[in-house]
Design a protein around this ligand. Structure first.
Ligand SMILES: CC(=O)[C@@H](O)[C@H](O)COP(=O)(O)O
Length: 274
């Protein structure tokens, strides 16, 4: 492990709902080929937080208990999610059950409005977020990249937004970098986590370079040929993207500028080196 990068990370932790997180990678726990692959992926990702679906795993006939034991033994924090919910009532009930089971007020609120794209139903999302916040939950809403919906979610009490990059499980990467950029500029002080649709570590690095605070991934790791190695690759990409943001990426320009210094001028004329 590269010590300087770890040091950078320590100084640059993400704080959400008043809690400091050691990693900016949130990992999903579904679809892994084996328990060992899931265990290895979580370890190699460095994730402090994993998201689990109470509805899906509890109904996963037989393997349920072993799954929950594995998660508990990983020693990471759990962000329960409401995957599979398509109504306010289902989502609120699922969140209440998850709070009982995991003893956490945190919930990743997913409320699906369209089966083909798994696009969130943003109208019900705002309503469910308001109800859950009033009940003392700390809500992580899976949303679109719509600024007005983002405003409504904040007004409903959310302190973090999780816009999609592309449909869940599609692996398409940043479908609309412009919208994500706008969202970052519009909400400079709100933690923004890209959630869903990333397929490759380079997508995660690009989102971090746009200034996003973290990444939630599942399918791209779980469905990789080697999920354990891919988890590590995403972790490194997220670190690289974050470091690049802080190092300030150069502005691009239309025309060439010679990069080889002229004789007698080793430093660029616009640098501060004297
Ligand atoms: C596990 C989870 O929360 C997903 O619903 C999430 O949105 C991740 O999406 P990908 O599987 O596309 O990474």
């Amino acid at each position: 492990m590269n010590a300087p990068i770890a040091h950078e990370q320590d100084c640059d932790a993400l704080t959400v709902y008043g809690r400091r997180l050691s990693s900016r990678l949130f990992l999903g726990t579904a679809q892994y080929p084996s328990p060992d692959a899931l265990r290895g992926a979580v370890t190699q990702s460095g994730a402090q937080l994993v998201t689990v679906s109470l509805r899906r795993e509890s109904s996963a006939g037989g393997s349920g208990d072993a799954f929950w034991r594995l998660i508990r033994d990983l020693g990471v924090d759990v962000l329960p999610n409401t995957a599979g919910c398509s109504s306010v009532k289902q989502a609120v009930t699922t969140a209440q059950m998850a709070r009982e089971v995991f003893g956490t007020p945190w919930v990743k609120l997913e409320l699906i409005g369209d089966d083909a794209t798994l696009q969130p139903d943003v109208f019900q999302l705002v309503e469910a977020a308001r109800i859950l916040t009033e009940e003392g939950f700390e809500v992580f809403p899976y949303t679109t990249d719509d600024l007005v919906v983002g405003e409504r979610l904040l007004a409903a009490g959310c302190k973090v937004l999780m816009p999609w990059a592309a449909p869940i499980g599609s692996g398409r990467g940043l479908n609309d970098p412009y919208a994500l950029k706008l969202m970052r500029a519009h909400f400079p002080d709100v933690p923004l986590i890209v959630d869903a649709g990333l397929g490759a570590p380079s997508h995660a690095a690009a989102a971090m370079e746009l200034g996003y605070d973290g990444i939630l991934i599942n399918t791209a790791v779980a469905r990789a040929g080697d999920p354990v190695a891919m988890a590590r690759a995403f972790a490194l990409a997220i670190e690289a993207g974050r470091l690049a943001l802080r190092a300030e990426v150069m502005d691009s320009q239309e025309m060439a500028t010679a990069s080889t210094p002229q004789f007698g001028t080793p430093f660029s004329p616009w640098s501060d080196h004297g």
